[in-house]
Each structure stands twice: as C-alpha cells, then as structure tokens.
Design a protein around this ligand. Sequence first.
Ligand code: T3D
Length: 258
Amino acid sequence: TAKPILFHVTNSVAIITLNRPDKLNAFNREMALLLQTYLDDCADKAIRCVYITGAGKGFSAGQDLVEVTEPDGPGMARILSEHYNPIITRIRNLPKPVIAAVNGVAAGAGANIALACDIVVATASASFIQAFSKIGLIPDSGGTYFLPRLIGHQKASALMMLGDKVSATEAERLGMIYKVIPDESFEAETLQMAHKLAQMATLGLAYTKLALIASAENSLEAQLEKEDELQQKAAASNDFAEGVQAFLEKRAAIFQGH
Ligand code: T3D
C-alpha cells in the first residue's frame, strides 16, 4: 500500500505530501508518526525550506475518526501527546521556513497543523474548519494558541464554537493565512515561493522565526533584547557578509544558508 506521507527533496526544498487522498488525508497513527520522522529529517542542513501539502482534493481532514473507535487503536489518551503535539513542536522548532500549501479542505488537526507553519497559502477552493466542536472536542494541535493570536480572541472563539467553514478568501481577509492563490497556478507559484526561500539566508530566516515566536510572550523590553541577541548572531553569519558584499557590488547575493 502507498505510504501515508510522501517525502522528497529538490533544490534544498523538502516536499512533504500528506497522502491518504481517499480519506482527505485524515491522520492515523502511522501517518502521524511518519510525519514526525520526516520533520526530523528536515533538520538536515541541506534542506533550507519545508513545504507541506496534501495529495488529492484535500489538505487534511484531521484525526481519522474511524481510528478513534478501534478497540486496538491508539486511544484518545495518546493521540495528542504522541501524535499531534510532537508534530506542532517540530514545525515550530525547525530553524527554517515551513510553508503550508493548503490545496483543499483543512479540518480539525489538519487546519491547526497548517496554522502552525510559518507561511500559510491556500488555493482559492480551499477552506478551513475548526471541526472539533461538532464532535464534542476542544480545538487542539495548537489551535487555541495560534488562532486567537492570528485573528483575535473574538473571531477565534466564534469559529471554534460554531465550527463554521471559512473559505480561503475569508481566511486571508481575517489574517488567518498569508495569501490565496488561484487553483490553476497554485502548485507552481507555491513551489516557486519555497525555492526562493531555500535560496535565501537560512540562518537569518531561522532567527526571524525565533524572534517572532518570542514576540508572542515578551514585553517590548524583552523583545528588544531578543532582537539585539539574534541580530548579532545573524550579523556574524557568512550570508550577512555576502549580502552586504553583493549589495555593494550591485549583483545578486549567493547565500549558502550559514
Ligand atoms: O484524541 C483525539 O482524537 C483528539 C484529536 C483530535 C484531532 C482532530 O482533528 S478532531 C477533528 C477530526 N476531523 C473532523 O471532524 C472532520 C471530519 N470530516 C469532515 O467534516 C468532512 O469530511 C470535511 C468537511 C472535512 C470534508 O467534507 P467533504 O464533503 O468534502 O468530504 P467527505 O465526503 O466528508 O469525505 C471524503 C471521504 O473522507 C469520506 O470517506 P468515504 O465515505 O468516501 O469512504 C469520509 O468519510 C472520509 N473522511 C473525511 N474526514 C475524515 C474521514 N475519514 C476519517 N476521518 C476523518 N476525519
């Protein structure tokens, strides 16, 4: 049978494809553990951008709801601690940009895995659903952390309680995602974005990610200190030297990612 996740690297971009298309890429245990393995593989320095998308017409419908009823299944007690929480922390801790290319419906944990990524882009026909309330659960996979920070407490609260389907266009308007891209050009444009990021100053982007993450908790004073600390590290990189040199020589910089 086909692997529930596909993984390949091209031009320093790791492409991770959620691959249970007949189940809208709903996550079972095998798939959740394999995603963790592949995210670990993305630590490789040769990988400078990670691109997560779905096979077929959906991005991911979240937890496989058949699996939760199986007597020999992983059981509710393990699903967050062993499946989703380690996925979310891996995405956040990867010192490189992670793109969610949301090619179709993203529901439940599927939606919140996307929201944990650094840049979320969606096809015009995609949608986002905080589906949890409809089955008596609370939003997980970092949803209660990310969504109110992205769109504000009130809108997050309503979307999470009502479980309304949000179109990609509406998600962009709310600030939930970066951009909607037409279906026809979605794959080409989003892969182009990934390849562009993979040629940029990876360390600088990693410190940008760290600074933004710290910003969610810090006072202004603490954040200014954080910027100072990370900027000194960025300024010590080969890529900063190359960036300045290239600017002075009026040529395109060639960044090595360190
Ligand atoms: O411990 C814990 O369990 C907590 C963890 C929670 C994490 C979560 O993610 S909870 C939320 C789980 N997800 C959902 O509740 C969403 C369920 N799916 C849907 O509501 C709908 O499928 C969608 C709105 C996402 C899409 O609707 P539509 O009409 O485009 O597609 P469909 O016909 O419903 O689905 C297509 C197939 O995928 C269908 O299979 P079939 O009938 O053709 O054999 C459907 O059953 C299957 N599918 C969709 N979602 C899931 C699923 N199978 C298993 N689990 C799913 N989540």
